[in-house]
Write a protein that binds this ligand. Structure first.
Ligand code: PLP
Length: 426
């Protein structure tokens, strides 16, 4: 196959004319398709409906320790739920605080607390002239929205196939004490589906930040979200690596069951050193007397343990894997070798990232929209919504039914080709 770069002007114009014809046909269909939302499909949510039956009016709502879960208390969660969360992220239950329905709120709260009260005796960040965060890119837009909301300056760090560019991370954190944190999605990252290598995790654990109150925001949102039974990424436990490196307090790790059971109606956790945990609970116990322990028990009774979670996640994988495979197969057949972009083949997570030729992402997304396909906005995976190369597009395959996803992918592919040709003919 000839790449577009190898084609003559005439050949390109011919190709464009044929693509425009196909594009027009799709535009005339009045389609309304959506590849923008990283949400589970209703079939995935159905998998957790039996969780609704694990408690009823006859259930003894006591914790293992005998505490009445219908009443106030246990601000860091019930032991059974700590064990469940710990098993998902391979850490120890004593390191865990079980929070409420979802995890983004914990991250917001950690930043907010650091702004107002400081981190373990440090100056409140709001009193400092400048606070900066490192942002591996492409990354998760809602992370960037939190730091932006607090006026924290965000610095892009490019992702590699093994995680963030660690040479850059090490250099920046060691010389600038205004850098207080870094956003990480270490496993099946949003949006590329990349998992950090052992070396990357160890380099994180061994950072020597200039700021004593520097924290790694380790958002392990996709810890158990494998697409395959036999091809699963392994992630080193950052908490024990930090302990080994003599940096026990340097990490906050987050996770939730939002994409295990019900999105926004799950349970969530923060795992960190015992010292950090104590400092956090001191503040947390002013905010709340405790989270929803009945939902914690419901999750424990339904998911049970690590094996239970793994078994449940394989049911999710069976539903979403064909969607990922369909898109990747079409990319392989239609786009490979054309010189119109690249993509990473993930082993898990919720997204596929398409890296278009420089200067093409906005145009592709606009074209897709006109043909009835909503994509995540260009620039969304970057701080300040600014993709400097205008090339990264996040594709979310999970929500739409397969037939819709097939049509949306075909339209997307035509838009990629058209935008790439237009760029070359300019
Ligand atoms: N973190 C990442 C990386 C995500 O992709 C998402 C959801 O898409 C979340 C956190 C949100 O998690 P929660 O529902 O627990 O707030």
């Amino acid at each position: 196959m000839k790449s577009y770069q190898e084609m003559s002007q005439e050949e390109l114009m011919q190709e464009r004319a044929s693509l425009e014809q196909q594009y027009k046909e799709y535009c005339g269909k009045g389609l309304k398709l959506d590849m923008s939302r990283g949400k589970p499909s209703s079939e995935q949510l159905d998998l957790s409906m039996p969780m609704m039956d694990v408690l009823n009016s006859d259930t003894h709502l006591n914790s293992r320790l005998g505490t009445d879960l219908r009443n106030y208390g246990m601000v860091d969660g019930i032991d059974e739920a700590k064990e469940l969360i710990a098993s998902m992220i391979d850490t120890k239950p004593e390191n865990v605080i079980v929070y409420g329905n979802a995890s983004l709120n914990i991250m917001y709260d950690c930043i907010s607390r650091s702004m107002v009260f400081g981190v373990m005796g440090g100056t409140p960040w709001s009193k400092l002239e400048k606070v900066k965060f490192l942002c591996p890119v492409p990354g998760y837009d809602r992370h960037f929205a939190i730091t932006e909301a607090f006026g924290i300056e965000m610095i892009n760090v490019p992702m590699t196939s093994e995680g963030p560019d660690m040479d850059m991370v090490e250099k920046l954190v060691s010389k600038d004490d205004a850098i207080k944190g870094i956003w990480c999605v270490p496993k099946y990252s949003n949006p590329q589906g990349i998992s950090y290598s052992d070396e990357t995790v160890r380099r994180f654990a061994n950072l020597k930040p200039a700021a004593k109150d520097f924290r790694i925001y380790w958002d392990n949102a996709y810890c158990v979200h494998h697409l395959f039974e036999d091809k699963q990424d392994e992630l080193l436990d950052i908490i024990s690596e930090c302990e080994k490196a003599g940096n026990p307090d340097m990490v906050y790790e987050f996770c939730s069951t939002s994409k295990v059971t019900f999105s926004g109606a799950g349970i969530s956790g923060l795992a960190t050193s015992l010292k950090n945990k104590e400092a956090i609970i001191k503040r947390l116990s002013v905010q709340t007397i405790g989270f929803d322990k009945i939902n914690q028990l419901r999750h424990v009774k339904f998911l049970k343990n690590k094996a239970g979670v793994e078994n449940h996640m394989m049911k999710h994988a069976a539903l979403i894997r064909p969607k990922f495979e369909m898109i990747l197969k079409k990319f392989e057949e239609e786009l490979k070798g054309l010189g119109v972009g690249n993509w990473v083949v993930p082993n898990g997570g919720y997204f596929i990232t398409y890296e278009a030729n420089e200067g093409c992402a906005k145009s592709i997304i606009a074209k897709a929209k006109e043909a009835g396909v909503v994509m995540t906005g260009a620039g969304a995976p970057y701080p300040y919504k600014n993709d400097p190369k205008d090339s990264v597009i996040r594709i979310a395959p999970t929500l739409p039914p397969m037939e819709e996803l097939i049509a949306a992918t075909e339209i997307f592919i035509i838009c990629v080709k058209l935008a790439s040709i237009e760029k070359l003919l300019k």
